[in-house]
Design a protein around this ligand. Structure first.
Ligand code: PHE
Length: 367
């Protein structure tokens, strides 16, 4: 930009506007093509240089030759042009953010937001809570007990005497180096939630209605439907005149509440050391409605839980601490069920391992 500053001959408003518009246009055009630091410095000298700068030229030629009445109008326009030129220089030197920088910082409101994962109950927890809720609605309270249990609570008080073969069906991990302790005090990982029956009875006189959700351990090889660590929900009801009909009615109701009102139940003789008589409960197959399919091995029935009337030998252990548990005066029933098995049936899960793998693609389906 080497255009000389022409001499002004007219000083009316329109002539001044035209003259300053031409200068501003020249300044903007020159500023738009600046790329290197040297370009910017040349622009600064050309427009704002103290001796040969164009604004200096304008000031000395135009302001000085202007008639007194035009000086104010000319001065105002001169100052405005100076502000524009200084602004152009500022943006060229990066004093303010460049357009490119502003664009990089800008928020693209068309992008999707960050999605936060909300937590959800694990299917085992969900099933535990659902089962506990069904019994809570029947007036049961919820109890828990320790996972590391003594031989006494896990076995002896549940009427598995030392050396009894029924102990072999519930092999488990035992805490090492306890040989000096009496057998009843030795610690093991509980094999069922039944020890909490005894802990509950020892701590409160009858009547008792309690559900006990919890984790249990057994020396079982892992396969599609077994895991050495799993969960149970235990139930205990003790009062005057509790009969096997109460047990049947309660479990029939619970299975209908869990799987739907069309489900039927049936009771088969079984054996547990701590109940007499004992029964296995079967429900009509929820997959085929009882007609017979692969899932129920074409029998129409699926075995789901164990139960029975509390054995008088168990009450005798409880009566040592709470004399109210006199089997001549009270009676009761107990039941226990595997939570994984129920969850797998309810949600159509074929591998028990899916419940423990922590794979979000699996767990996310329950959210
Ligand atoms: N504790 C038994 C088991 O784990 C289940 C059960 C509980 C049976 C209560 C009868 C009464 O196999």
């Amino acid at each position: 930009m080497t255009d000389e500053i022409i001499n002004l001959t007219a000083f009316d408003g329109a002539a001044l506007d035209r003259a300053f518009a031409t200068l501003e246009h020249q300044a903007r055009t020159a500023a738009a093509s600046l790329s290197t630091e040297a370009d910017v410095e040349a622009f600064r000298l050309q427009w704002l240089g103290r001796k040969q700068g164009r604004l200096n030229d304008v000031s000395s030629r135009w302001l000085k030759s202007a008639p007194p009445e035009a000086k104010k109008a000319l001065g105002l326009r001169f100052n405005a042009l100076k502000v524009v030129v200084e602004g152009l220089l500022d943006s060229a030197t990066g004093a303010g953010p460049t357009d490119a920088a502003l664009a990089a910082e800008a928020i693209d409101i068309t992008l999707p937001g960050t999605r936060r994962l909300t937590g959800a109950e694990h299917p085992i927890t969900k099933t535990l809570n659902e089962l506990s809720g069904i019994f809570a609605a029947l007036g049961y309270s919820i109890g828990v007990g320790p996972e590391v249990e003594t031989d006494f609570y896990n076995f002896e008080s549940m009427n598995f005497p030392p050396g009894h073969p029924a102990r072999d069906t519930q092999d488990t991990l035992v805490v090492a180096n306890q040989e000096r302790r009496p057998l009843r005090d030795r610690l093991l990982l509980r094999t069922h939630t039944s020890p909490v029956q005894m802990r509950t009875m020892e701590s409160q006189p009858p009547p008792v209605r309690i559900v006990i959700p919890g984790k249990v351990h057994r020396n079982d090889a892992q396969d599609a439907t077994h895991s050495p660590i799993f969960h149970q929900v235990e139930g205990l009801c003790v009062d005057k005149n509790i009969t096997f009909s109460d047990l049947k009615g309660t479990l029939d109701h619970a299975m209908k509440a869990l799987f739907g009102s069309s489900v039927k139940t049936r009771f088969f003789p079984s054996f547990f050391p701590f109940t007499e008589p004992s029964a296995d409960v079967q429900i009509s197959c929820i997959f085929c409605g009882g007609k017979g399919c692969r899932k129920c091995k074409h029998s129409g029935w699926i075995e789901l839980l164990g139960c029975g009337m509390v054995d008088p030998a168990v009450f005798a252990f409880a009566a040592e601490k709470q004399p109210g548990y006199d089997p001549k005066k009270i009676s009761g029933f107990a039941f226990g069920m595997g939570v994984e098995r129920i969850a797998m049936m309810k949600y159509g899960i074929s591998e028990i391992g899916s419940l423990y793998a922590g794979d979000m693609r699996f767990l996310g389906q329950f959210a």
